[in-house]
Design a protein around this ligand. Structure first.
Ligand code: PRP
Length: 188
């Protein structure tokens, strides 16, 4: 295993921000008269964030999971084609769906999932991510020809720089997912 990642977002900061996000999400749906929400966690990275978020929400909700893989190369650092490995088992029609992701990097995964879920007749469809990279990589990709606008995210925990981050569910080649903080991989 490589050298321990430097702290980018401390454990206490994550806890405080997840509390705030849960309050905002609960208030939004409650004010809109929604009585139940379906949280869809995107495996594998979202499992820790979702576990904390779900326990802080005051709006009644169910939880289901979808598994996709965004990165297809053997090193795990270059985007390949998105694969849907596991679908939800809940019928989406008429439900208020909140997609829960650990990270929005290029936005390809969320865009793919928005397309998939919007075809299933949800009552509403929103997105929630713990960290988002608004920086270089997403901006560069958005400038490319035939590329759609960056995907809209309804709830964002932290905007982060364009660095490879790990911890709190995020991995580098399946390492560091269980770090309690979000850290930055040091260049090898
Ligand atoms: C990561 C992350 C998101 C996706 C975001 O998944 O969990 O699902 O990449 O990247 P994007 O915005 O560029 O599409 P990954 O495929 O690494 O799988 P994992 O969740 O199992 O770690």
């Amino acid at each position: 295993m490589s050298e321990k990642p430097e702290v980018l977002i401390k454990e206490e900061s994550i806890r405080g921000r997840v509390d705030e996000m849960a309050r905002r999400i609960s208030t939004h749906y409650t004010d809109a008269g929604v009585t139940e929400v379906l949280l869809v966690g995107v495996l594998r990275g979202a499992f820790i964030f979702l576990a904390d978020l779900t326990r802080r929400l005051t709006i009644p909700h169910r939880v289901d999971f979808i598994a996709v893989s965004a990165y297809g190369d053997s090193a795990g650092t270059t985007p390949g084609s998105i694969k849907l490995w596991k679908d939800v088992t809940t019928d989406i029609a008429g439900r208020h769906v909140l997609l829960v992701e650990d990270i929005c990097d290029t936005g390809r995964t969320l865009r793919f999932l928005m397309e998939v879920f919007s075809r299933r007749g949800p009552a509403s469809l929103k997105t929630c991510v713990l960290v988002r990279k608004p920086g270089k990589r997403a901006a560069d990709l958005a400038k490319q020809k035939n590329r759609a606008e960056p995907v809209t995210v309804d709830y964002v925990g932290f905007e982060i720089p364009d660095q490879w981050v790990v911890g709190y569910g995020l991995d580098f080649q399946d390492q560091w997912r269980t770090l309690p903080y979000i850290g930055v991989m040091k260049p090898e």
